[in-house]
Structures are given as C-alpha cells and as structure tokens.
Design a protein around this ligand. Structure first.
Ligand SMILES: [Zn+2]
Ligand SMILES: [Zn+2]
Length: 189
C-alpha cells in the first residue's frame, strides 16, 4: 500500500487535475444529466411500446362495454389507451383532427365522457381548471408538477389503505390519490 506521503502527493495531484479540468468536468456533469434525461425518455418509450393495445382488441372492449365502435370512437379510445401522457380533450383533438376530418372538440369531450361513464377511461380532476384523461384504469397515484405541469404515474401499494383511518369499515372500490409538487427535472433547473 502507499505511505502517507505518497497518498498526500497523489491527492494533491488529483486536486490539481480537478482544478485544471474544471470546465471539462462541468461538461461531463451536464452530459450525465442529458444521459439521465435520455434514459428516462427511453424508459417512457419502452413503457409505451409495452402497453400498446391493438385496434381489434380495443374494438372488442368497446363492444363488451355496450359502446358502438364507430371510427371516431375507436380512434379516440386507441389514442387515450395507448398514451402515457394523460392527454386533455384538446390534446386528443389536435392529434386526431387531421386523421378524422369531421371531428370536433365537443365530440372528443363527449366521447371521452362516454368512456369514463363506462369505466374504460379515468378522468383526472387534479384541480377544477384542469381535466385530463387516463387510459390506464388500474389503481395508481398521480403526481402533478406545479412548475412544468407534467403528470407522473406512481404505483400504489395495496397496503396504503391501512394507513387511512376508518377505511377498514368501508368497502373501497375506487381510490384517487393526487400528489403535487416539483418534479426532478424542474428541481435540477
Ligand atoms: Zn416539472
Ligand atoms: Zn395515470
């Protein structure tokens, strides 16, 4: 092993290296952040690919729910079900208006409401000025960033109900948990 003198001299060499390469290191740290962002984006894309449901399966789902699968309804259902972004009615309208020429924002909104009433889609009302839709009806929590407005899905462990006082006497069939704050990306800025 190295003696004390050798360690000190290596340490001071290392400090000199840090000082000399400060700019380069700052760039590397920035690269690291970019890599992290890229990785998050890729993970989101991977999640999206995993959860893509075919149009034929979606059509069956609508029929089973007693909804006539018109071309417009099917396209709207496909968009919401396969999106991880919790789109608003406006976002769905913008995305599909070119594909479906005769589409109106009101039709999109009414169709989404129809899906919500049939239990096929969730409507998130995180606050009264903002409504968005979620094609994933499984129990999960939502975090909304106060700065960029992004909504992040979070898993809820079943045991969370044991933390709610009085819930033991209730038959809970649905639970919505909204969290608000600052997301990691905005915190970095
Ligand atoms: Zn944010
Ligand atoms: Zn969600």
């Amino acid at each position: 092993m190295y003696g004390k003198g050798a360690v000190e001299s290596r340490f001071s060499t290392f400090l000199k290296f840090l000082e000399k390469n400060r700019k380069k290191l700052a760039t590397s740290i920035k690269c690291l952040y970019i890599c992290n962002d890229f990785r998050n984006e890729m993970q989101n894309k991977a999640k999206k690919i995993e959860t893509v449901v075919s149009r034929a399966d979606l059509k069956d789902e609508l029929i089973r729910a007693g909804i006539r699968p018109s071309v417009q309804r099917l396209a709207i259902f496909e968009y919401v079900r396969n999106s991880c972004q919790h789109p608003t009615a406006e976002v769905v309208y913008e995305a599909l208006r070119d594909e479906l020429g005769s589409l109106s924002l009101t039709t999109v909104y009414n169709t989404l409401k129809l899906f919500v009433d049939a239990g096929l889609v969730l409507m998130l009302t995180i606050d009264d000025t903002f409504r968005c839709f979620d094609g994933d009806c499984s129990s999960h929590a939502h975090f909304r960033c106060n700065s960029c407005g992004k909504i992040i899905d979070l898993k809820i462990k079943k045991e969370f109900l044991s933390l709610v006082e009085g819930a033991e006497n209730l038959e809970v069939t649905d639970a919505q948990l909204y969290l608000k704050g600052i997301c990691p990306d905005c915190k970095k800025k």
